[in-house]
Design a protein around this ligand. Sequence first.
Ligand code: ASP
Ligand code: MG
Length: 319
Amino acid sequence: MAEVEKQDRRVDSVELVKTYLEDETYSDALLVQSEILRLSREFLAEKGFVEILPVIVSTITDPLNHDVFEAQIDYYGNKYYVTKSMILQKQVSVLIHDKIFSFSPNLRLETAEKYSSGRHLIDFVQLDIEAKETKREEIMDLMEDLIIYVLKGILTKYSGIIEKYHPNLTVPKKPFQKISVKKAKELYGDDYEKILSERAEGPVWLIDIPLLNREFYDKQDMDNPDVLLDFDLIYPEGHGEGISGGEREHEYEQIVKRIKLKGNGLESYEDYLKLAKEGLLKHSAGCGIGIERFTKYILDLDHVEKSRLFAKAPGKYTI
Ligand code: ASP
Ligand code: MG
């Protein structure tokens, strides 16, 4: 990425802590968020998923589909990347246990203008899920059940809080609506994601994302090679994207082809490629659901920085 001017949008720490004490949004959001974590764990454990610990630094991380500043650590002359997503680690973990999840901190050094989206943090946590020999539809079905389970639990336990922030919140019915990116573009033009989110009655799956719009690891649909076997979940009421996921590429030749198609060099993916070449990657599917965005949607917050303590919003500098 291009060099940028230094910005010093430092958040005063005393002011910040006073805001935490005075604005009860924070204490309410923390109660709801703690319950999101508890209910998600309970739900996934009951479905036979094993929780694994997150990985903070690695020789490999998610390339992402958009530009962020690189976050690297020099360790005895070798380079560690700070995790943008633990995609490779998920693919390896399902070799040991078929179904895994992790509450994974991700660092994505977004550019300052992303602040205005209201839904980007540079340091956030996603609930990362992966299952071996699984179809994307099974993961979508699982996530519908998870969202319904969490919403029901929160509406029961914290009805007063929901009444205060999001009185019209309802538990969505299965199956959630699905729309391909092609169809969404025909209906709403290039700004389809935003318009879809503003008009949707409930969460909507955006499926069949075009080949180059996502990372190399989402599986190409061989019956329709212009698109991927993947998905995003779009929250209603303008809250935008909350989940990304899909089936994964696991074959060496296909991974090489896809990395090259994205215009990337193979050097940064050495470990990924070595594992694939050994046949150590298997077919799997999974997704990540952002915890702070989930909280924002449940509480109808205007900015994701209100969904947690010590939020790092793009362009800001804070404790
Ligand atoms: N790696 C994706 C992301 O972080 C999530 C997933 O596909 O599992 O957006
Ligand atoms: Mg995403």
